[in-house]
Ligand binder design. Structure first.
Ligand code: COA
Ligand code: AMP
Length: 630
């Protein structure tokens, strides 16, 4: 069957379609209902079913003939080390660490925050939680203490798992002081922290709260997998919303396992035993889905890479990993390829490696510009597949499903809706727009398995954020259009989320930080186009009257404040002072117009602008910091 038939079947008989996919997962108890739709707008997949995600990811392969196959290859150019875990070894290490968590009092349903660099132990900690039915919440290492504290207060973890340090190319970033500060800042306090001591930095431990990973593991009894309900949460992953308070996206066990397994063959066209590599970070959804869960559920070998596309040591790093580990499919963000292209425009380093096993490159996380896509295609000579998804869904909403049927590639489009997703482009009244017309991209409910059933302990925010724009539809937050062939074109966000080097950030959150500075009267943060990172945040601030410090000093403090409160990952370095901000007559700041000015794009004078002369002042201010040039 081709794409059209499979997609049609997923729409006409979703329960039959997903029940068949669910037969690829081992269940302790079969579900009572494939889709529980008794309480719309809330939907639950495989209600009544019981399984264990870790069992499906590790034990069934370890005991089912793949025990000696590599499950996870840790490849770390920044520490000059590598280690391969077979399925048996990864299962045993995970069972032992699950025993460590149990010894710290973690039980089914308890939360565990994982604040780790890209080491194998991060994946082991996640899988160990899944093993005992605890709910993990991984926090990306590039976030600062305050962001970590916000997540601690929302998830209320019994235990936090962390490491002494991460390594950013050559810089050793101590994690433990950041963790200690976050716990200082948070109202909720974890009972224990389990710390992995890395040789590059020794963490100072606070007894009896802090526990050494290696010592605890040496004493721990391995823990067995416990059955959990398909609808029980596997993890919470916080993602940027429109305010500084992140959204706790909940992932269930059953629907997630089924969807993850299904995508490996159907979207990526990989088979059990193949080597699959997602060059991302376990702190992002791509890392959850495609470094840890999906490849292991499918019996593949996954690669956990602690390095960068460039600088570790050069722009040939990706080709080295692909060739050394015989990677069949690789997945990363377009920004990584822009970084490589900038350093090695001719792709000369590719020639140094044997890429004969390599079959396809998948890109996601941000809009993929056609130049980057075509460069990658031309240099690598493999299909380059742009696919579109988000933290909320955990797998692709639109893609060229290589395991079903390779459709013609149109550079700039992530191709068509993946089976399971009824994607429609609607106007503000909830009516479908004509092909070619831009509107809000929405998904008709119910969402397929694996997508968020709600936000952590916040059904109201879930409904308000995603389900209230048009009844019966999920609001993706992206705007775009469908063309005559049904291809989707994702153009921009409709909210104030920006994508910086494939990292999702809230400009609203940054504005909150700027506004907290005593000299700032008013501010706006916009996402300006950037050749490498896709977008970069740019701040415009109006200062309070009578401020005595120099502008230079204040601007330096603002940059430091965002780094301190949100983290280096915000890449907030450009900010300037203006006398006033452009607003509508009703007082709304015209961020969209400022973004167009910053990007040097055409813009129409907003009809509702209070004072058009302001835009000239804004243009001048943006030129001063290197933007708004035609
Ligand atoms: N811990 C601590 N600091 C971190 C961090 C971590 N885990 N990850 C990033 N940072 C820091 C970086 O060191 C950098 O600090 P700096 O301002 O002092 O230079 C800052 O956060 C911004 O990081 P990043 O956006 O990664 O920029 P970069 O300049 O270091 O690297 C790229 C640019 C393109 C090479 C890099 O973004 C990249 O590899 N992207 C790949 C895409 C990706 O992983 N996407 C995830 C979703 S698929
Ligand atoms: P995240 O939740 O961090 O994965 O970010 C999701 C958002 O990134 C989406 O809502 C889009 O705005 C953007 N995005 C992800 N993939 C793509 C893509 N292939 N094309 C365009 N935008 C994308």
């Amino acid at each position: 069957m081709g794409y059209e038939d499979i997609y049609a079947r997923s729409m006409e008989d979703p329960e039959g379609f997903w029940a068949e996919a669910a037969s690829e997962i081992d269940w302790y108890k079969t579900w009572d209902k494939v889709l529980d739709d008794s309480t719309p707008p809330f939907y639950r997949w495989f209600a009544g079913g019981e399984l264990n995600t870790c069992y499906n990811a590790l034990d069934r392969h370890a005991d089912g003939g793949r025990g000696d196959q590599p499950a996870l290859i840790y490849d770390s150019p920044v520490t000059d080390s590598k280690r391969t875990y077979t399925y048996s070894e990864l299962r045993d290490a995970t069972a032992r660490f699950a025993g460590v968590l149990k010894a710290q009092g973690v039980e089914k349903g308890d939360r565990v925050i994982v604040y780790m660099p890209m080491v194998a132990e991060a994946a082991i900690a996640m899988l160990a939680c899944a093993r005992i039915g605890a709910i993990h919440s991984v926090v990306f290492g590039g976030f600062a203490s305050k962001e970590l504290a916000t997540r601690i207060d929302d998830a209320k973890p019994k235990v936090i798992v962390s490491a002494s340090c991460g390594i950013e190319v050559t810089r050793v970033i101590k994690y433990k002081p950041l963790l200690d500060e976050a716990i200082e800042l948070s109202s909720h306090k974890p009972d224990h922290c389990v710390i992995l001591q890395r040789p590059q930095a020794q963490a100072e431990m606070q007894a009896p709260r802090d526990v050494d990973w290696a010592e605890a593991a040496a004493k721990a009894a391995p823990a067995e997998c416990v059955p959990v309900a398909a609808t029980d949460p596997l993890y919470i992953l916080y993602t940027s919303g429109t305010t500084g308070i992140p959204k706790g996206v909940v992932r269930d066990n059953g629907g997630h396992a089924v969807a993850m397994k299904w995508t490996m063959k159907n979207v990526y066209d990989v088979d059990p035993g193949d080597v699959y590599w997602a060059a991302s970070d376990v702190g992002w959804v791509v890392g959850h889905s495609y470094i840890v869960y999906a490849p292991l559920l499918h019996g593949c070998t996954t690669i956990l890479y602690e390095g960068k596309p460039v600088g570790t040591p050069d722009a040939g790093a990706f080709w080295r990993v692909i060739s050394e580990h015989k990677v069949k499919v690789m997945f990363t963000a377009p920004t990584a390829f822009r970084a490589i292209k900038r350093e090695d425009p001719e792709g000369k380093l590719i020639g140094d490696y044997d890429l004969s096993n390599y079959k396809a490159l998948f890109l996601a996380g941000e809009r993929c510009d056609p130049d980057t896509l075509e460069w990658a295609q031309d240099k690598l000579k493999v299909p380059v597949i742009d696919h579109w998804w988000q933290t909320e869904t955990s797998w692709a909403i639109a893609a060229n499903c290589m395991g079903i049927e390779e459709l013609p590639i149109k550079a700039g489009s992530p191709t068509r809706a993946v089976p399971g997703y009824d994607v429609q482009v609607l106007d503000e009244n909830g009516d479908e727009v004509s092909p070619g017309d831009i509107g809000r991209i929405m998904i008709k409910l119910p969402l397929p398995p694996g997508c968020l059933p709600t936000l952590w302990r916040n059904d109201d925010r879930f409904v308000e954020s995603y389900l209230s724009a048009t009844q019966g539809y999920y609001l993706t937050g992206d705007a775009g259009y469908k063309d005559d062939d049904g291809y989707l074109w994702i153009m921009s966000r409709i909210d104030d989320i920006i994508n910086v080097a494939g990292h999702r950030l809230s400009t609203g959150g940054m504005e909150e930080v700027l506004a907290s500075h005593p000299a700032v009267a008013e501010c706006a943060v916009i996402g300006a186009a950037d050749q490498l990172k896709g977008e970069l945040p740019v701040g415009l601030v109006v200062l309070k009257a009578g401020v005595e410090k120099s502008h230079e000093e204040i601007l330096g403090e603002l940059v430091a404040l965002v780094r301190q409160k949100i983290g280096p990952v915000a890449a907030f370095k450009k900010v300037t002072v203006v006398d006033r901000l452009p607003k509508t007559r009703s007082g709304k700041i015209l961020r969209g117009t400022m973004k167009k000015i910053a990007d040097g794009a055409e813009y129409r004078m907003p009809a509702t602008i209070d004072d058009p002369a302001i835009l000239d002042e804004i243009t001048e201010a943006l030129i001063r910091i290197g933007y708004a040039k035609h």
